[in-house]
Design a protein around this ligand. Structure first.
Ligand SMILES: Cc1ncc(C[n+]2csc(CCOP(=O)(O)OP(=O)(O)O)c2C)c(N)n1
Ligand SMILES: [Mg+2]
Length: 827
């Protein structure tokens, strides 16, 4: 970057819009900020610069060195790693930020953690947690001496070592940042209900182009300054991504400022490339930001509800690859996209490159920074905060250490009375809503449970929650609004990304929650789920990371009942994504009725380190099991429903003629209706009914801890009899899970096959061949012994399907025999 350094430039004020929310009185006038002298002594500024150099040195060392860590002899090719990996470009800027955050933590005794949005800046967080001492505390072999330094360098991006990102292995991290876009939502999730916590969230200017990040700026409208903490976003405007300029760096200052102000922030610009001036400017900007955060919090906490604060944020405009090589092979590096990864790549074939690397490393003057043993000199070590104030040691970043069990009501108290199978329910999620209401109420004092969802708490049937809480909402309200308040346990923003990111941040900092979502649209966060599942998989192997509460998805408004919405809202494929992840992390539950749903959710809320997916209906539907039976069934995860089949009326010694299996509420209903047709018309057939609540039971126990042994599977599904399996999701998945089972060749699965529209509930099943009539036809087709009787019944059912079609077209609803069908009445 060739432009001369500018000192800290406070954003001009006075661009208020006609928002109904008055501007906060705390927005400081521009002059008062720019004229504020830096409170830092020249000696402190000089030491901070030295600390920054130390972090930069350690970062470059991690990328390049396998030996000679302090360059106590001339750099040789043998000191350089064979594979040069890592990302330099973002790192010096992040090191700069970290040393300045250390200063304000100490000066104001802040409880602060660091979110590394461009997580490829792993060398920065590793270097800084090493300098502050936390790294050696959790990994004693990476000691604060020359031997430790050598190991620190070698392990980075090295086989058997650590990843290149702000990965779970790095103390202080709650955000790996491998997949860009979620830093700000994670940061907000972390501060909800953490009134004393400030999350400093570094956001890449490239990252800021992603959809999730772009809408995450709005999170400030969901923050309660009285009961939540604060997020300090630091937009790292280093100008470039991997190979392109970043958009926000190529719009005018005015445009960027207006954008950020439009999102409700007060941006403070720190821009330039002269370290001395930049230290001054950054220190002043941070002093102002912390003062504003404290004022906003005090206004709310001491003086009651205030207008929504315009929270401060920082725009750090500094060169990408700052302090690195200026030019390599005639091409500009510092201040360009070419600084993104390893700027000097080929020392073995370019002798000049070795000198460049040595020159670069020596420019940080490590001999002034580390003592004879290789330890950071005391004058610099004292700049880091102490104990748990160090960002690498802050317990919020190891949330499991703070996690407390939820107070739980007895889920059995919410049981639906099921005197006999087939009783009509009120909608399974509506029953669950009452249980969740009381979970909310019982943990109100602890403030450690929240329900997140895009806009669907009501439409997913969880209205009971609003008997005890509200939706948290900090934007303007109108008299006709309902259930909005500055603080509440329900978080609703129409961005699945925000809901997911907030919940992840909330869980990672040691709290509990549920994400309730339409089944089809949970796909929006497939990739975020992937990342969280990866995080959990890795953390399970890290002894000092304590288990966190599971991420619980409640997917109501599912594929089979999209009466209002039709085809676009029908997609059960999230489960397919989920089962790809490590078996020790993922659990998938499809409770067939409300009592099973209660039992499953009770279990999920008590579990740790999992992702639990629960799929449930919200429409009135038949209830099958008493609470006792449901609890047993859910504990087993799969079971033969003797009462539904007719094996008991036959000789017990024989195995059944057919196994009718079902998984999911609607498939269970259709299966039982099919069974009743079969048993009425062909009582001589021996029918077994199997219901699956825990999908992972289908996998072998060698693949998933919940999986059935082959013997148990064979006992339930037989070794050789046809299995007609009605499944909630895409049929292929059941085959995928069960392909190794003895009887797989006889497994015939019906499920969703992308047929659907706005139609009647029963027609949805017909369109996908999972309805009772098709299931009976499937059974007859696989049982030659049904002979002529089977042919006749098949013929009748085929006609029934035609009758169904004519009826719904004429009347706009299902036939009475479908609508009024009840288990136990003759078919
Ligand atoms: C969602 C996502 N898409 C693409 C990438 C690949 N990627 C890694 S770094 C990067 C550029 C990031 O630029 P920026 O956010 O500005 O970070 P910095 O300049 O600080 O390195 C990209 C596109 C990614 N990690 N995540
Ligand atoms: Mg960038």
């Amino acid at each position: 970057m060739t432009t001369s350094a500018k000192s800290f430039t406070p954003a001009p004020i006075g661009i208020e819009t006609s928002s109904p929310v008055p501007p906060s009185s705390m927005t400081p006038p521009a002059t008062s900020v720019s004229s504020t002298p830096s409170s830092l002594s020249p000696a402190l500024l000089k030491n901070m610069d030295a600390y920054w150099r130390a972090a930069n040195y350690l970062s470059v060392g991690q990328m390049y060195l396998c030996d000679n860590p302090l360059l106590r002899r001339p750099l040789a090719l043998t000191d350089i790693k064979r594979m040069l990996l890592g990302h330099w470009g973002t790192t010096p800027g992040q090191n700069f930020i970290y040393v300045h955050l250390n200063r304000i933590i100490k000066q104001y005794d802040l409880d602060m953690i660091y979110v590394c949005g461009p997580g490829h800046g792993g060398p920065a967080v590793v270097a800084n947690t090493y300098l502050e001492g936390t790294y050696s505390e959790v990994y004693p072999n990476i000691s604060p001496d020359i031997a430790g330094l050598q190991k620190l360098f070698l392990q980075f991006s090295y086989p058997g070592g650590i990843p290149s990102h702000a990965s779970p292995e790095c103390p202080g991290s709650i955000h790996e940042g491998g997949e860009l876009g979620y830093s700000l939502s994670h940061a907000f999730g972390a501060v909800f209900d953490n009134p004393d916590l400030i999350v400093a969230c570094v956001i890449g200017d490239g990252e800021a182009e992603t959809g999730p990040l772009a809408t995450a700026w709005h999170s400030n409208k969901f923050l309660d300054p009285a009961t939540d903490g604060a997020v300090l976003p630091i937009l790292h405007l280093n100008g470039y991504k991997i190979a392109n300029p970043a958009l926000l760096a190529r719009i005018s200052h005015e445009e960027l400022e207006q954008l950020l102000r439009g999102y409700g922030w007060t941006p403070y610009f720190v821009e330039g490339d002269d370290p001395a001036l930049m230290h001054e400017a950054m220190a002043r900007a941070l002093d102002v930001a912390i003062a504003e955060i404290k004022t906003a919090q005090q206004n709310a906490r001491r003086h009651g509800i205030q207008p929504r604060p315009r929270w401060p944020m920082i725009v750090l405009k500094s060169p990408k690859g700052w302090t690195g090589p200026k030019v390599v092979d005639g091409k500009q590096i510092e201040g360009s996209f070419r600084a993104h990864q390893v700027p000097v790549t080929d020392p073995s074939t370019h002798p000049g490159h070795l000198e460049l690397i040595e020159h670069w490393l020596r420019s940080y003057r490590a001999e002034e920074l580390f003592d004879a043993d290789g330890r950071l000199i005391e004058a610099l070590a004292v700049l880091a905060p102490k104990g748990q104030r160090r960002m690498g040691a802050n317990p919020h970043a190891n949330g499991g250490a703070l996690l407390r069990d939820l107070h739980m009501p007895d889920y059995r108290d919410y049981a639906v009375d099921v005197p006999k199978p087939g009783e009509r329910g009120i909608g399974d999620t509506r029953v669950l809503g009452k249980f969740l209401r009381d979970v909310t109420k019982m943990n109100n004092r602890e403030r450690n449970f929240r329900v997140f969802g895009p806009d669907e708490t009501l439409s997913n049937g969880l209205e009971a929650l609003f008997e005890v809480t509200t939706r948290q909402w900090g934007a303007a309200t109108l008299p006709n609004d309902e259930l909005l308040a500055p603080t509440g346990r329900v978080m609703e923003m129409l961005s699945e990304h925000q809901c997911e990111g907030w919940l992840e941040g909330y869980l990672l900092t040691g709290r509990h929650g549920i994400f309730n979502c339409y089944e089809a649209f949970i796909h929006i966060i497939d990739s975020m789920f992937n990342q969280h599942a990866k995080w959990l998989k890795v953390t399970r192997q890290i002894p000092w990371r304590r288990p966190i509460a599971s991420l619980n998805y409640l997917l109501a408004s599912h594929v089979w009942r999209q009466d209002h919405n039709g085809f676009t809202h029908q997609d059960p494929g999230f489960i397919d994504v989920v089962v790809n992840k490590k078996a020790e992390v993922v659990r998938v539950y499809l409770p067939p009725d409300a009592n099973c749903l209660l039992s499953v959710m009770d279990h999920c809320l008590r579990s740790r380190n999992y992702v639990n997916v629960v799929i449930a209906g919200k429409h009135p539907a038949p209830q099958w099991l008493t609470m006792d039976a449901a609890a047993k069934h859910c504990a087993a995860g799969i079971g033969i429903w003797d009462w539904a089949g007719n094996e008991t009326s036959h000789e017990q010694t024989q195995s059944p003629d057919v196994v009718m299996a079902c998984c999911g509420d609607v498939p269970t209903l259709e299966t039982l209706a099919a069974v009743s047709i079969l048993c009425t018309h062909m009582p001589e057939l021996k029918v077994r009914v199997v219901n699956v609540v825990d999908l992972m039971k289908l996998q072998p126990h060698t693949e998933h801890p919940h999986g059935l042994t082959d013997t148990a599977f064979d006992e339930i599904f037989t070794k050789d009899k046809p299995i007609i399996f009605a499944f909630h999701g895409y049929p292929r998945l059941v085959h995928q899970l069960a392909y190794r089972r003895t009887n797989h060749a006889n497994l015939h699965v019906r499920g969703y096959k992308e047929e659907g529209t706005i139609t009647t509930p029963f027609d949805m099943t017909v369109l996908n061949d999972i309805d009772r009539f098709h299931l009976v036809i499937d059974t007859i087709d696989r049982l030659p012994q049904t002979g002529d009787k089977g042919h006749v019944l098949k013929q009748q059912l085929t006609e029934k399907l035609m009758e169904h079609r004519q009826y719904i077209v004429k009347h706009g609803q299902d036939m009475p025999e479908i609508r009024n069908w009840k288990w136990g009445n003759s078919s």
